[in-house]
Ligand binder design. Structure first.
Ligand code: PEP
Ligand code: MN
Length: 367
């Protein structure tokens, strides 16, 4: 695993003048549909204290024939939101023309969608257009549709290398195949690793696109806050059931207000003595785990030598299956999920096989 590095150390806050506190909320409809829908949604959101408005003007749809956005005729409506409510306005851009038109309309921030951040050519085009504008426009980059942290970081770095410093990342989950609880699987370890590598990069969660359904927005939002995300971007529509896109995952501004008011923000700096002592216990247990693993690997090496002498193959599938079955069962009885136990065993087994192969291939016992 790559170590935390100093890249993107000089990032600047997105909107220092707003003195935003955690969680920063960005809200608004999936798509801008009409002047009336845009303004009435924005007014209700502003009344409830929201400060940053989102609205998709250009909509990248998976299948042709869906609503692909009202396009630039909607930009003056966004501008009106700003004039009439004081909300900051943001929209999605996917190419150079979008960037130029959005800047002309006075948008305060843009985000880059999941289908675009997966495409380095599109990202470079957007980065170049932003550079040419000469403005340090705040830019949020959604994770690519596929669970590829390097691709996500690459997309962010293209914007950073273009000289922009007011950057943020949005976790919107990852595409999957088949039926699942979530529309896009969260794979929380990926945004958490991003946060570990770039602690000063504001991290937003998009519970609307992760969950795909209204009922899950509150719980996904709470999970994100518990994982120390800085903010949330949530789809909100004045009449969700009539929305032209993503209607199942949009909530009215009033429902959004209830969701936000019920969120519990746990302050990570308030560390108590008992937490300290629990952390010391964790540190000790981690050390013990490492020692146990090393001990296990030493036994693995002895087995490797035995297999070499007796010309046995390194992998013995039956033994592996039995071991997996027994430990998954025991692990579940101890309150851990089967998936967790399997993941750990697969990782341990991979390392054991690697070490045994070194031995069998002549690197005797030198680990
Ligand atoms: C959106 O935010 O409306 C959108 C299209 O999202 P994503 O790129 O996450 O699918
Ligand atoms: Mn949407």
């Amino acid at each position: 695993m790559e170590k935390s590095n100093n890249d993107m150390k000089d990032l600047q806050p997105l909107f220092p003048e707003l003195h935003l506190t955690r969680p920063i909320i960005i809200a608004g409809p999936c798509s801008i549909e009409s002047e009336e829908q845009t303004l009435s949604t924005a007014k209700e959101l502003a009344k409830n204290g929201i400060k940053i408005f989102r609205g998709g003007i250009w909509k990248p749809r998976t299948s042709p024939g869906g609503f692909e956005g009202i396009r630039e005729i909607g930009l003056p409506w966004l501008k009106k939101v700003k004039e009439e409510t004081g909300l900051l306005i943001s929209t999605e851009v996917a190419n150079k023309t979008h960037v130029e038109l959005a800047l002309d309309a006075g948008v305060d921030m843009v985000w880059i969608g999941a289908r675009t951040s997966a495409n380095p050519f599109a990202m470079q085009e957007i980065a170049d257009a932003l550079k040419d504008s000469g403005k340090d426009l705040p830019v949020l980059v959604k994770n690519p549709v596929n669970p590829d942290l390097d691709l996500w970081i690459g997309a962010l770095k293209r914007i950073y290398n273009a000289g922009l410093r007011r950057l943020g990342a949005i976790h919107r989950g990852f595409s999957t195949y088949g039926k699942h609880l979530y529309r896009n699987l969260p794979h929380w370890h990926i945004p958490i690793e991003l946060q570990r590598r770039y602690p000063n990069l504001p991290l937003f969660c998009d519970p609307s696109h992760i969950s795909g359904k209204r009922e899950l927005i509150a719980s996904v939002s709470q999970q994100a806050l518990d994982m120390n995300f800085d903010g949330l971007i949530i789809e909100s529509h004045c009449n969700p059931d009539a929305a032209w896109s993503d209607k199942n995952q949009q909530v009215s501004p009033d429902v959004l207000n209830v969701i936000i008011n019920n969120l519990v923000v746990r302050d990570e700096t308030s560390s108590t003595e008992s937490l300290q002592s629990l952390r010391q216990q964790i540190d000790r247990i981690n050390d013990e785990l490492l020692e146990l693993l090393a001990k296990r690997m030493r036994v693995t090496c002895e087995i490797g030598l035995y297999k070499k002498e007796h010309k046995m193959p390194v992998i013995q599938q039956n033994r592996y299956n039995d071991l997996m079955e027994r430990l998954v069962k025991n692990g579940e009885e101890l309150g851990m999920s089967a998936e967790f136990i399997r993941n750990i065993l697969v990782a341990i087994h991979e390392e054991s096989v690697r070490q045994q192969l070194e031995i069998v291939n002549g690197n005797n016992g030198k680990i």
